[in-house]
Design a protein around this ligand. Structure first.
Ligand SMILES: [Cu+2]
Length: 148
């Protein structure tokens, strides 16, 4: 009984956390083509998406979260001296009218400490936090390990 109530409270908190954009009109950023590469057996996975700034001002992404991950961060894959490395990418500024693509071999969202195994076809919510306090939610579809 108690755990069910706690779960209900958590669910409520979670839905409140993502359901209050601070902007008055339409969100300044549009998130599209979001997907997660399933990595069977691993407790982390990479998510990819396209962000388009449809406003006339720069939009700063300060972070991302997902309810299925302990924590998430923006990573960037780079090749240095023939070696592929990943490193955290700090906040991301999307210039007005431009599109930033997160894709294999470049920017990605690293989902750490997965709370459950990912199933191909499953929808994984990604919550994008913007400077100024707004959030944007997009569902990323889980694709097989072989997806590109
Ligand atoms: Cu990474």
């Amino acid at each position: 009984m108690k755990s069910i109530e706690a779960l209900a409270a958590l669910t409520l908190l979670a839905s409140q956390a993502v359901a209050q954009p601070l902007w008055a009109q339409a969100p300044p950023l549009v998130a599209q083509n979001a997907w997660v590469r399933a990595t069977p057996g691993a407790d982390m996975a990479a998510a990819y998406l396209t962000l388009r700034n449809v406003s006339s001002n720069p939009v700063t992404v300060t972070g991302l979260q997902s309810p299925i991950a302990g924590h998430a961060m923006i990573h960037e894959t780079t090749v240095q001296n023939g070696q592929t490395r990943m490193r955290p990418h700090e906040q991301l500024v999307v210039a007005p009218g431009t599109t930033v693509k997160f894709e294999p071999g470049g920017l990605h969202v690293m989902l750490h400490d997965l709370k459950q195994p990912l199933t191909v076809g499953q929808a994984v919510p990604l919550v994008i936090t913007l400077a100024g306090g707004g959030t944007l939610q997009v569902n990323a579809v889980v694709r097989p390990l072989s997806a590109e």
